[in-house]
Ligand binder design. Sequence first.
Ligand code: IYR
Length: 226
Amino acid sequence: MTEPRFVPLSYEALPADVMRTRAAEFEANLQRRRTVRQFSDQPVPRSVIERCLLAAGTAPSGAHQQPWHFVAISAPSIKQRIRAAAEAEERHFYQHRAPQEWLDALRPLGTDEHKPYLEIAPWLIAVFIRRFTRLPDGRKLKHYYTDESVGIATGFLIAAVHAAGLVSLTHTPSPMRFLTDILGRPKDLERPFLLLVVGYPASDARVPDITRKQLAEIATFLPPSS
Ligand code: IYR
């Protein structure tokens, strides 16, 4: 076993008013984020995607095992295969598998089985959960809290894409096993988590007219006021 090593924390405390301003600016910027389903085919430099992925990789993770793997796809032939496979699954979902209650919940979003953006958007980022790592001696090393860790990393990724001035769509085709096959990921070590569609919005993009819950609906303070 290696001995734990510690180094001093790099940290700068902020006065309360600066803290409030920064928190408010951060929130205001995230309030402008919208999930978009109409993309432009305008290319996005790979260097931007690389920075967003590095931001995602700063997420906290169980035992610092960083159990994520991102496959960033701009190759048209692979996007085409992903679109075909996703639309086949989604057709089955919308026509047979989804209970009426689920279809009713989706109605305000106007989604259906057609996913042209999977080919139009310049980047697809397939996020995989690494459940195990293969050790040099062939054994599998288990990772912990992988869903939580990759969920947090994906949140960072979505925020980074927004901060870069791009838009994204969190796409969760179900089942997603086709991503493992098309992208040649190791079945025994990883499973697909979701597919993030990234790019510029189409010039005529429209988004559902929805609002976000108020603070009192999403949070409870104890004691109630101070
Ligand atoms: N995966 C399907 C259905 C879908 C489900 C939820 I929950 C959404 O928030 C949006 C869509 C699709 O991509 O159309």
